[in-house]
Design a protein around this ligand. Sequence first.
Ligand code: IVH
Length: 722
Amino acid sequence: MASSKQAAQTPEQEIAQLKQQINYHNSLYHQHDAPEIPDADFDAMLARLEKLEAAHPELITPDSPTQRVGDAPLTSFSQIRHEIPMMSLGKVFTEKDLLDFETRIKKRLDTDATIYYSCEPKVDGIAVSLLYENGLLVRGATRGDGVTGEDITHNVRTLGDIPLRLSELKNSSMPTPTRLEVRGEIYMTRSGFAQVNEAAAGTDGGKSFVNPRNAAAGTLRQLDPRVAAKRPLRLFVYATGLVEFADAGSDGSVNGSVNSKAENDANNIVDKWPKELSEIFTLLQEWGFPVNPERALVKGANECLQYAETLLQKRPALDYEIDGAVVKVNNLALQADLGSNARTPRWAMAYKFPAEEMSTFVNEVDFQVGRTGTITPVARLEPVFVGGVTVSNATLHNMDEIARLGLCIGDRVIVRRAGDVIPKIVAVIPAKPDSDDDTDSDLNSELKTRQRIPIEMPEFCPACHSPVEPDGDVLFRCSGGLVCPAQRKEAIRHFSARAAMDVDGLGEKLIEQLVDNGMLKDVADIYHLTAEQLQSMERMGSKSAENLLQAIRNSKQTSLSKFLFALGIREVGEATALALAAHFGALEPILQATAEQLLEIEDIGPIVAEHIAVFFANADNIAVIHRLQDAGVHWPEHQPAVQSDVLQGKIFVLTGTLESMSRDEGKARLQALGAKVAGSVSKKTSCVVAGPGAGSKLEKAEELGVTVIDEAEFLRLLNEFS
Ligand code: IVH
């Protein structure tokens, strides 16, 4: 960059140098995914070029990197006619049909010789034709119907993948064609698509695209090139179309006859022109176009099948969507001999992969209760084969998603299952009001007769009939935390955890077995487990059973705050439980407390207060609490704590491991005493509690001269002030 500002340079020289540098870095970024400089440096070079060009408009050339985005949006698209029609591909779906394709070719060519094929991913994007005159990009067009397409030059110019000028050929003496048409596929990456949709979700309209292909198509169909400039569109090229050289033959054209023997003899440029499609790829790459790295040159139809199999395995890992493999006869002379049918060449075939999108009907919507009580609508579908499996359910995530889709029971929908991703309903297909269009007339008339039933969140939990309550703006939850069978395992796991009732040895696997065998229906059942029951579980001998029963007995003696935390009331963590226990001192007043009374506690806001009130208003939850107390769960009577003046407002940092409690518990206990807990050490830190394994925070504390205490001292401190 520094060199671009050398005083000796004329503006013309500096512009030329900047253009060359920008193109070089652009190609590293787009074609090789290997940038050498940070984006900011690149932007600075571009800004410098823009400035120079503004001062010297006569030096602006159409291939300047500043010319990618024109200023004014178009008012309409103009139609262009493809000089050589853009054909489509024949399709096969089975191995046999691909082998038959080769048999037909061999028969037509009257040969038994091995045929070489160029195998390529069939990228699911938008076919594009790019026209270069004397090496400069002059036009980009869609395929349209193959004969007439739309002029999308303003948009294709914004794609960093598309060279505005052909690069110099290094390994060939072939001159630059006077006209060169390059064909390929513009697509959006899966990751880029996710970002575009995420960004759209945050805007007012919130309209998102159904899939990357639609996003690419929608972008190329924009009149304003600034939209395309912002979207992550990419390109793979796979063919040349029209090719003309100034000194080639009498009519200057090698196109269409590039493979003909007569012209080969008469014309030395035609001699230099590749004889194989694989060489065309090399040439295109040298000109600066991105070609698909997954392409391969293979021998015979059986190797094509192997290629397709491998590609199918790779499909989920690719960052772009493919819908099959394209198999093309590699030799261009053989391609010419084979020729074409009306719309498809005889020398190429698409071997299609299972579709990732299919349409089907929503028969019903059920509501599932997750292990933490979240209620999720799930669509029951008319079974459909999509993405290689039969799909009969699709999650609808939440009620907002249903509203966004405009979905009702009975609707026809597009289901998408890409890779091993879970199936998703991406769009509702509305019934057409008039059925002039008879392409789909059966489905359409079925759609029109089907009843559309609106989807509503149930008032009561489908698993335990406790009231359903909203959770934030979009989610809903079951309020039957302790009694809901759907939440049973999670509730018991939470209850037994070390920071809660600390039932040592009652782990996730065992809880799973005990619940599945009907021995634990709620947390109170833990205190009625017998040695026989435990011994009937996998890997549970009499000794382990006895140890667990002892741990269960030990857990009966607890503290009010641990008990409150163990109940799993929403958003009541260790700190809130401690605050509740400290404020009320006993369980009974907490059970009776109104939301207003709860709000008096510092750190308890209206949402948490509401969760607490709703939890204790549920008679089933109260019954479980009484059964726990009847089984002997108890805690010492506790006087409301007087908050220590000494710790009030002091800032603590916990680092390393604590033996006697989790860091979260340490934090909660400090907070309950009025202290603050920070994540990093600074001059403002009052005290650092350092356990084994403390690292940089401890060093920082020592450096700043902050007081450091160990766990034993920390416990003394807590006991002194609690
Ligand atoms: S060759 C005459 N190669 O598939 C051959 N097409 O139905 C014309 N496509 O419109 C196309 N990847 O949009 C070819 N590697 C590839 C392709 C590819 C995707 C698309 C293209 C074309 C359609 C053919």
